[in-house]
Design a protein around this ligand. Structure first.
Ligand SMILES: Nc1ncnc2c1ncn2[C@@H]1O[C@H](COP(=O)(O)OP(=O)(O)OP(=O)(O)O)[C@@H](O)[C@H]1O
Ligand SMILES: [Mg+2]
Length: 245
């Protein structure tokens, strides 16, 4: 299973989600995980390095890859049960290559105008990718949401905006919480720092929703391409359900 955390907006929380997803899949789903860092800033590689220097937590495998990485990703996908790709904050050859082979793409956006403005370009990217990779299940997730009750409307409106592009947006969101920043210290994850906390709960919801719910649009496109009966492929979801303990 290959999972891309991507998008076109800097700072939306891609690396943070990729790191926590890798820990979630390794620790809680007991999968054999490889993290691929495609961002020249090396945010996730540095996090893994700090993690692997910390004897108190389990190690995570990580490689850096740039450019035409399609074949390399396919090869990693054959060796690891889960490959988690952190693609950095802009359109790139690596991002397109990752979208051409991924099973899932999780695309974080903050409920802010400038983040939502990237939807037009990301919509193009998704549509192009689905032509070559009809199994790709894309889902947007709202991240770093304000928790004040009078801001709830902004979150709803942002979800509606994503909906107008006919893309799936997860119900689950991340709220702005200091623990996300604090956990990055020493290569740790929110799930390890406060496993019963609110941030850990919202992350588990996000990952479960991403991996276990079918993306209707991808299914329809798959149907349109194959011209067969409308029937989703549940293989990857089944395998994660089985591995989940
Ligand atoms: N839900 C959250 N609440 C508070 N802070 C958060 C949350 N999610 C991420 N952050 C913080 O926001 C900052 C940016 O996050 P991150 O590095 O994951 O973004 P990114 O999308 O990978 O950025 P880039 O485009 O530069 O790669 C980090 O300091 C991270 O700790
Ligand atoms: Mg990043």
């Amino acid at each position: 299973m290959i999972i891309l955390i991507g998008g076109e907006k800097g700072g939306s929380g891609k690396s943070c989600l990729a790191q926590n997803l890798a820990v979630y899949l390794q620790q809680e789903c007991r999968l054999n995980v490889m993290v691929v860092d495609c961002d020249p800033q090396r945010t996730t590689s540095k996090w893994v390095q700090a993690r692997n220097d910390n004897d108190a937590i389990t190690r995570i495998n990580c490689v850096q890859m740039y450019g035409k990485i399609r074949e390399d990703l396919l090869s990693l996908g054959g060796h690891y049960e889960a490959v988690v790709i952190d693609c950095g904050g802009q359109d790139s050859v690596a991002l397109r290559a990752a979208m051409s082979v991924a099973d899932f793409a999780l695309l974080p956006l903050r409920p802010k105008r400038r983040d939502l403005q990237t939807l037009e370009h990301v919509d193009d990217l998704i549509n192009n990718s689905l032509m070559f990779n009809p199994k790709l299940e894309c889902a947007f997730v709202l991240s770093q949401c304000p928790s004040l009750p009078n801001q709830a409307r902004r979150i709803l409106e942002a979800k509606e905006v994503v909906g107008t592009w006919d893309h799936r947006v997860l119900d689950a969101i991340t709220y702005q919480r200091n623990i996300y920043d604090d956990s990055e210290e020493a290569g740790c994850s929110v799930l390890e720092l406060e496993p019963d906390g609110k941030a850990a709960a919202e992350l588990r919801q996000i990952f479960n929703q991403l991996l276990q719910q079918p993306n209707q649009r991808a299914i329809e496109l798959r149907y349109a391409h194959s011209n067969k009966q409308l029937e989703p492929q549940y293989d990857t979801r089944q395998s994660i359900a089985i591995s989940h303990q």
